[in-house]
Design a protein around this ligand. Structure first.
Ligand code: DON
Length: 294
């Protein structure tokens, strides 16, 4: 059972879509970061992000299609174009618009207390130092969240996210986010608390961290710190962390996947509660993140 962020963040919907689409291929059969596992997950990411561009925005302003977008019926149909024999062109899963750019400033905290209460909190300034304006006497920055709106169809924001009508700027409307603060429940109790900064790489980092634990049976440390990849429909290419297995990347390139190397993806903070109730908290080694026990 997954509890995550609803609109106006796209994160929870993307996570649900990606988890469900990858379950259609029985992801557990494959090894983590193998060609087939990455292929399944990239294709799930591609389709989810194409939907983000088309359908997601402030539900106070658009027709909220969340339950349809995460339904088995819709996603099974969406998955029909998946094939192990080659990459699905992004043009086949959504209406092509434009190109990206990136820079970052978001914070995530995962918390669990001695009674098992859990909180996953993500907060964002958006760009580096937000709008770069500090509120005098209050000591905090103002954000530059207007960038999370789609300024016009096809023009990407600083994370390369494109969108159309659903996320256009309107008075009193909230911009579409990618934040994915998430609690995974097992038998009615919090089992995992997870989230990360990283703009559009947030839902894909959370997705991979969740499947690393559930499908690939990793402990929290490996799930967070093993190399990740990211795909967001547009651009067409897949971003791989610099220490990602070259063998898998080459195989995927042979199937028609374009690739880029990125320094790092996300800074995921995860807490896992094992069957004995022992808490395993992990701060991502990619940043200066830390774990605290009170
Ligand atoms: O809400 C969003 O999706 C963006 N404002 C997040 C930006 C972000 O994560 C940048 N930090 N790393």
């Amino acid at each position: 059972e997954i509890i995550s962020m609803p609109l106006p963040s796209s994160g929870g919907i993307l996570l649900a879509q990606m988890l469900k689409m990858s379950s259609f291929e029985n992801l557990q059969k494959y090894q983590q970061n193998s060609t087939q596992a990455v292929q399944i997950m990239v294709e799930a990411e591609r389709r989810a992000f194409a939907d983000r561009a088309e359908y997601m925005g402030d539900p106070g302003f658009i027709n909220d299609k969340t339950s349809y977008l995460i339904s088995d019926e819709y996603l099974k149909n969406r998955w029909k174009s998946f094939s192990f024999s080659n990459a699905t062109p992004s043009s086949k899963v959504g209406e092509i618009i434009l190109q990206p750019k990136e820079s970052t400033e978001t914070t995530h905290i995962s918390v669990i207390d001695k009674d098992g209460n859990a909180a996953a909190v993500t907060t964002t300034l958006n760009g580096l130092y937000g709008s770069k304006v500090v509120v005098s006497g209050a000591g905090f920055f103002l954000n530059n969240e207007m960038d999370d709106f789609s300024i016009k169809p096809g023009v990407p924001n600083m994370f390369g996210a494109v969108g159309g009508k659903a996320n256009e700027i309107q008075p009193r409307k909230r911009m579409l986010s990618s934040m994915t603060p998430t609690i995974v429940m097992r038998k009615g109790k919090p089992f995992m608390v997870v989230g990360t900064p990283g703009g559009t790489t947030i839902p894909t980092s959370v997705f991979q961290s969740v499947v690393n634990v559930i499908d690939f049976k990793m402990n929290a440390n490996l799930a967070v710190n093993s190399p990740k990849f990211h795909h967001q429909w547009l651009p067409e290419s897949v971003a791989f962390e610099k220490n990602f297995p070259e063998y898998t990347i080459k195989n995927l390139e042979n199937l028609g996947y374009k690739s880029e190397r990125w320094e790092q993806l996300g800074r995921t903070e995860m807490i896992l509660v094992d069957e004995n109730g022992t808490i395993h908290a992990v701060a991502d080694g990619r940043g200066d993140d830390s774990v605290a026990v009170e």
